[in-house]
Design a protein around this ligand. Structure first.
Ligand SMILES: NC(=O)c1ccc[n+]([C@@H]2O[C@H](COP(=O)([O-])OP(=O)(O)OC[C@H]3O[C@@H](n4cnc5c(N)ncnc54)[C@H](OP(=O)(O)O)[C@@H]3O)[C@@H](O)[C@H]2O)c1
Length: 191
């Protein structure tokens, strides 16, 4: 797949490296093209990265999102919002993104575990589960790119279920106090 990643640090960088290893075509969209980036794939302006890719991943501070996304148009693409924070009193970030880009398919993923678990999703022979939300329509594509990181995707519903992901993130932080940051969840089921 052709994937644009906005945000080059712990989440953006880790996901981009893993997807590049898995054979995806990665473009990082950056604010400052004059800097050097130790990242695989291509570096482009944010506009170019959005324009030429099928999936756009936001991995920037949640508090910067609302203002930042107001400058862009994204239609008929999959958006994956990996941010935490930035929710307003009346809207979750998932809803803010969906309202800004009504013709895109918006998903939220990669926000409920620390990046260390995307660098290394394995725990012995088990891989970590990753919760995600968004429309039913394209969820299989999003599940596939989650699998390509080495994680097991767990679809928990539409965008109005962000509270479940947020609770997962808080639970993850609580676990880190005892287990450190390489810690994740596994859902047990018999399906
Ligand atoms: N770190 C984790 O383990 C973790 C886990 C789950 C979720 N998250 C969430 O994932 C997101 C990314 O986290 P992170 O730790 O990778 O990095 P971060 O410090 O939250 O974000 C840094 C990146 O965001 C870019 N950025 C900041 N403001 C921007 C703007 N207005 N427009 C465009 N780009 C902007 C920065 O670009 P410049 O280099 O140009 O400043 C940089 O590439 C956050 O929302 C975080 O809460 C993080």
């Amino acid at each position: 797949m052709k994937i644009a990643i906005i945000g080059t640090k712990l989440i953006g960088g880790t996901l981009g490296k893993a997807w590049h290893r898995a054979g995806h075509d990665i473009t990082f969209g950056v604010r400052d093209l004059s800097r050097s980036y130790d990242l695989p794939g291509s570096i482009a302006t944010i506009d170019e990265a959005i324009e030429k890719n099928d999936i756009v991943v936001f991995a920037i501070p949640g508090r910067a999102m609302q203002e930042m996304i107001a400058d862009y148009t994204i239609e008929d693409k999959i958006i994956i919002d990996a941010t935490n924070g930035g929710d307003t009193t009346d809207k979750t970030m998932a809803q803010i993104v969906a309202d800004q880009f009504p013709r895109a398919q918006v998903y939220k993923a990669f926000n409920s575990l620390g990046y260390e678990n995307f660098e290394n999703p394995m725990f012995g022979e088990d891989n970590a589960d990753l919760l995600f939300i968004g429309a039913e329509e394209k969820q299989e594509i999003v599940a596939q790119v989650i699998q390509d990181i080495g994680l097991n995707p767990i679809y928990v519903g539409e965008l109005d279920q962000q509270g479940i992901l947020d609770a997962g993130m808080r639970f993850w932080f609580a676990l880190t106090r005892k287990y450190g940051r390489h810690v994740a969840f596994k859902i047990l089921h018999d399906k």
